[in-house]
Design a protein around this ligand. Structure first.
Ligand SMILES: [Zn+2]
Length: 276
């Protein structure tokens, strides 16, 4: 990983108040098929996924408002129409994942799906022009979003935000069905655990979410930031993938290692705060 990316990775998960856009996060990244009808259309640091269907498309995460033109260009580079996006599944309620929701809605008319427990933070958020963000449908743990024969299932993974939702879907390749998982975020490194009046049970939620994360039978692993799932390395493998080579995004062990690492960072941060 380049140095600048490591520095940017350290910034992943800024509190709502520090919404200044980190430099380089919107640099374009080559759009690519992850597997089946799941495509990466995000930027170098901010993931966005397109799920294509015969009845239109689902976009997961609009990111910053300034990310939207880059996402649109990526969708078009893959040969799809941005206007065919029928559903926008909002990212978790931090500005780097939701600020662009209004622009995507304006450009596509998509129905905007938001996790119910994240809704207060989404309602409090604004576009750079001070406009509110749209919410068309609220979803809870276990709810599904279906379009054109593809169904995504919501997994509530609270902690990083109170309503952080991950999404699972079946993906097919080589005659096999894989458990695809678009992770929310398990990053708890920079959150406030001691004296967090806005979210008093945050530490308990984080612990419960790491436990839950280990029970999910993830095979194809992607997440809200590429650094969480080794996007650079896996994309490099994808570009040199020969016939019969495994799909680099099939990575159940990498997923488990990621959960362990994030939990370790959370426990360290918590211990530091308790010692203050
Ligand atoms: Zn976040």
């Amino acid at each position: 990983m380049q140095k600048s990316k490591l520095a940017a990775a350290a910034l992943v998960l800024l509190p709502l108040a520090a919404a200044a856009q980190p430099p380089g996060w919107n640099d374009p990244f080559p759009p690519h098929r992850v597997m089946d009808n799941l495509y990466y259309v995000g930027t170098s640091m901010l993931s966005s996924f397109l799920i294509t269907t015969p009845e239109g498309h689902i976009l997961v995460s609009a990111n910053y408002e300034s990310s939207v033109p880059i996402i649109k260009a990526s969708v078009e580079e893959l040969g799809f129409d941005f206007e065919d996006i029928k559903i926008l599944i909002s990212g978790h309620a931090h500005p780097d994942h939701i600020e662009g929701n209004a622009l995507v809605k304006e450009l596509t008319g998509a129905e905007v799906v938001v996790g119910r427990l994240d809704a207060p933070d989404v309602r409090a958020a604004r576009t750079p022009d001070g406009e509110p963000l749209p919410i068309d449908r609220l979803v809870d743990d276990g709810d599904t979003v279906t379009l054109g024969g593809t169904t995504l299932t919501a997994h509530l993974m609270p902690g990083h935000t109170p309503g952080c939702l991950a999404w699972s879907l079946d993906l097919e390749e080589g005659g096999r069905t894989y458990y695809g998982f678009i992770e929310c975020s398990l990053n708890g490194r920079f959150l406030r655990y001691v004296g967090n009046e806005a979210y008093p049970n945050i530490a308990d939620d984080m612990r419960a979410t790491y436990r839950k994360a280990r029970e999910i039978p993830v095979e194809v692993f992607v997440s809200s930031h590429g650094v969480f799932y080794g996007l650079d390395e896996k994309y490099a493998k994808l570009t040199t993938r020969g016939e019969g080579d495994p799909n680099p995004f099939v990575d159940p062990d990498g997923y488990k290692a990621h959960v362990d690492e994030q939990e370790r960072l959370f426990e360290e941060a918590l211990a530091r705060q308790l010692a203050e």
